[in-house]
Write a protein that binds this ligand. Structure first.
Ligand SMILES: *Cc1c(COP(=O)(O)O)cnc(C)c1O
Length: 354
């Protein structure tokens, strides 16, 4: 049993890393009494508003990029190359962050089902924010990123491909988010039993690493947006957390077996809506005025709701849900939302003017 480190020690470890300012921190921690009441079973749900990081519709990548692009700048980079799905929140926030830092941005996104439907949501914002967008229709996306980096070098730019090191740094950023949550709970004279989040790797891993380092009795639950092998996923989260631990030079290590991660709420697969996810989007919107997204956070919150209603998150518990953003995707999923919510347009005539 290792001796828990202190919040001050973690804060000092974070302060040693190169960093740029992109986010308005701390993001708010909002109590959600009307949502908690609607879900039922006597669980208090608070939402950590990382959808409000303040950079071009916000989201968790803003916090992560403070460190990743701090590292890029420290290496003298002038251009960033990254990309994922066509509706990537990561790509949109990279476009915004580089605009703010005066860097060039080339996005290598997938030409997937959503981009074939047109330029909307995050993809639209990528263009508005001035990124150069390439859509890969087949072949190796990573290979295209490397080709782009080579082209940029020939133009005299110093490219930074967002990858492994950025992942460790972004994970460390979520240790910082945990510290904010703890300070905000103190101010409310509250504690939490659960921290829940939509989970790729880094956000979940950073929160879990911070909890373990501090020796806190909080269960950190990740809800992934894509299907996959459970063991591999848990090892991925633990491995990412441990890269961050090395970067922060702390002795704490995560073990895959102790990672709580589920894909039970993904439905068919990544980027395909679920009815429960769309219900969750509408419920939080209609009880608290907080918007979720259909790809990550709607599905994650549908999982939190289900576990509260089944008693797996027990009555009397407190949950902090970390809202990772993603809301611009709502617009790209308008057809699904309109069909789900029965948003028929009521066309009416006004009284005759006299
Ligand atoms: C990228 C993203 C995640 C996953 O973040 P990780 O740091 O990879 O865990 C979750 N939610 C939203 C909305 C995202 O855009």
């Amino acid at each position: 049993m290792s001796v828990p480190v202190t919040r001050e020690r973690l804060r000092a470890a974070l302060d040693r890393l190169p960093r740029v300012t992109l986010a308005d921190l701390p993001t708010p921690l909002h109590d959600c009494p009307r949502f908690s009441e609607a879900v039922g079973n006597g669980v208090r749900v608070l939402v950590k508003r990382d959808d409000l990081t303040g950079l071009a519709f916000g989201g968790n990548k803003t916090r992560k990029f403070e460190f990743a692009l701090g590292d890029a700048k420290a290496q003298g980079a002038t251009a960033v190359v990254t990309g994922a799905a066509s509706q990537s929140n990561h790509a949109r926030q990279a476009a915004a962050a580089t605009a703010r830092l005066g860097m060039k941005c080339v996005l290598v996104n997938r030409h997937d089902h959503r981009s074939q439907m047109g330029i909307q949501g995050n993809l639209l914002l990528d263009y508005v924010l001035g990124a150069e967008v390439r859509l890969v229709k087949n072949g190796n996306q990573q290979g295209v990123k490397e080709q782009v980096a080579e082209e940029l070098r020939k133009q005299g730019e110093v490219p930074y491909i967002i990858g492994g090191r950025a992942r460790a740094l972004g994970t460390a950023a979520y240790v910082g988010c945990l510290l904010e949550i703890l300070d905000q709970l103190d101010a409310l004279d509250a504690t939490t039993d659960f921290i829940c989040t939509a989970s790729g790797h880094g956000t979940h891993a950073g929160l879990a690493l911070g909890v373990k380092a501090l020796g806190l009795p909080i269960r950190v639950q990740g809800y992934t947006p894509s299907r996959g092998d459970e063991q591999q996923r848990k090892e991925g989260v633990a491995g990412t957390g441990n890269e961050a631990a090395e970067t922060l030079e702390i002795v704490t290590r995560l073990e895959a077996a102790a990672v709580e991660s589920t894909d039970a709420y993904v439905g068919e697969n990544y980027g395909i809506v679920t009815q429960a996810g769309l219900d969750a989007v509408q419920l939080l919107a209609r009880t608290e005025g907080i918007l979720l997204d259909p790809v990550y956070t709607g599905k994650a919150v549908s999982g939190v709701i289900d576990r509260i209603q089944k008693g797996e998150i027990p009555a009397g518990a407190t949950v902090v849900y970390v809202h990772t953003g993603g809301t611009p995707a709502l617009f790209a999923y308008a057809p699904e939302l309109v069909a789900h919510g029965d948003y028929s347009q009521q066309i009416v005539s006004g009284p005759e003017t006299v």
